[in-house]
Design a protein around this ligand. Structure first.
Ligand SMILES: NC(=O)c1ccc[n+]([C@@H]2O[C@H](COP(=O)([O-])OP(=O)(O)OC[C@H]3O[C@@H](n4cnc5c(N)ncnc54)[C@H](O)[C@@H]3O)[C@@H](O)[C@H]2O)c1
Length: 363
């Protein structure tokens, strides 16, 4: 069975779906691996290293004719046209419902396993692409905040004067938020965090941050460990209760999201106006409308004297590690997907395992 690794073409995408190290492991499972020339270049994985690991370097047309295609971003219309009928695609589908791309894949009888639908269960942790990439996003968000902030994060006492520690608040304590807390603490900021799910309090405190608690008259815990969308009344209460504490912060790292829904507005324009000039808001929800309505996707803007960072692809800013984690996630998934045989690995029925069953799209 031939695995294909194409070069990603989405603007700003630097990651690649496998690395030379993982190529060796895929060969160990009995796969053949073909990599499009230059596929890893933006992530600093060289063609020569893929070849030395045992991959075959091929052109773009040939890579899309693989039996099993691994990607970092959803295939474009042209890519779906180039894909082999009856093949298998594993990667993101980046859609919450039916759309033209999913229909086009179905028309070619291409089976689809969407990596963002991997269930959040212990057995699937090593395959959990959302977690590995969110972890990177949380780290990188704090690094971006530090780079844009015109002051120190830690307390500094020098002969030229002293600086107070930055007051940093993380909104949303999921995978990205918890990593942001840990990173900001390592840099010496004074860190607090808030999440609508009460069970996050212990996790926030275990990382040495202060948990902000609000009475908004509703429990935000939804299904599968995710948050649910609050009623309008509870949202208004939440914004009002957060306003005072957020206005006093110097850095906000906003990570609050609800799957397949617009991101909740937690940082109102009125709050931004009250923040000290030079404060920084990094809004990881920018692609979904933002936790702050002033954020502009993929832009860094200054509004009301506050620097708003709206990058929508933080993992692409750390492509070497992001690709390595992603590649390993997919390798762990492939291990449960195939059975060895003399003639090479054989694909199991996709509805046989609860993980692959949950990932299936359009069939
Ligand atoms: N394999 C596993 O067991 C596993 C792996 C990873 C994550 N998880 C769990 O999955 C869940 C989702 O994690 P995620 O990081 O993907 O979440 P996410 O990216 O969907 O959301 C980020 C955070 O925003 C919070 N949020 C949403 N609305 C909010 C609001 N109005 N105000 C404040 N905060 C709000 C959510 O509660 C969540 O913690 C978590 O419970 C996490 O612990 C489990």
């Amino acid at each position: 069975m031939k695995i294909g690794i194409p070069r990603e073409t989405r603007p700003g995408e630097t990651r690649v779906a496998t690395t030379p190290e993982i190529v060796k492991k895929l060969l160990g499972l009995g796969f053949q691996v073909q990599v499009e020339a230059g596929a890893g270049a933006a992530a600093h994985y060289l063609d020569a290293d893929y070849a030395a690991a045992g991959a075959k370097l091929v052109g773009r047309d040939q890579v899309f004719l693989s039996d099993l295609l691994l990607k970092v971003r959803r295939p474009t219309k042209e890519e779906i046209q180039a894909m082999r009928p009856n093949s298998l695609y594993i990667g993101p589908i980046e859609s919450c419902g039916e759309d033209a791309g999913i229909a086009a894949l179905r028309n070619k009888n291409i089976q689809v396993l969407a990596v963002e639908r991997i269930p959040r269960i212990s057995r699937a942790q090593s395959m959990d692409v959302l977690s590995s990439q969110s972890n990177i996003a949380g780290y990188r968000a704090v690094i971006e905040a530090a780079a844009h902030y015109g002051r120190f994060f830690p307390m500094m006492m020098t002969s030229a004067g002293s600086a107070k520690p930055a007051r940093l608040i993380v909104l949303g304590a999921g995978v990205a938020g918890l990593q942001a807390i840990a990173t900001a603490r390592r840099l010496g900021a004074e860190v607090s965090a808030y999440d609508v799910r009460p069970e996050t309090r212990e996790q926030i405190e275990s990382l040495g941050a202060k948990a902000i608690q609000l009475d908004i008259g509703e429990n935000g815990t939804g299904e599968g460990g995710y948050a649910k969308e609050l009623s309008e009344a509870a949202q208004a209460k939440q914004q009002a209760a957060l306003a005072e504490v957020l206005a006093q912060a110097h850095i906000l790292i906003a990570t609050a999201q609800i799957p397949c829904r617009p991101a909740p507005v937690l940082i109102t324009e009125a709050v931004v106006r009250r923040m000290r000039p030079g404060s920084v808001i990094v809004d990881l929800a920018a692609a979904n409308g933002g936790n702050c309505p002033l954020t502009e996707p993929d832009q860094v803007v200054v509004k009301e004297g506050v620097i708003l960072v709206g990058y929508t692809n933080f993992p692409a800013k750390m492509p070497s590690d992001a690709s390595a984690f992603y590649a390993n996630n997919l390798f762990q998934l492939l291990k449960i997907l195939v059975e060895p045989s003399e003639a090479g690995p054989v694909l199991k029925a996709l509805d046989q395992d609860e993980i692959t069953k949950a990932m299936r799209v359009g069939s």
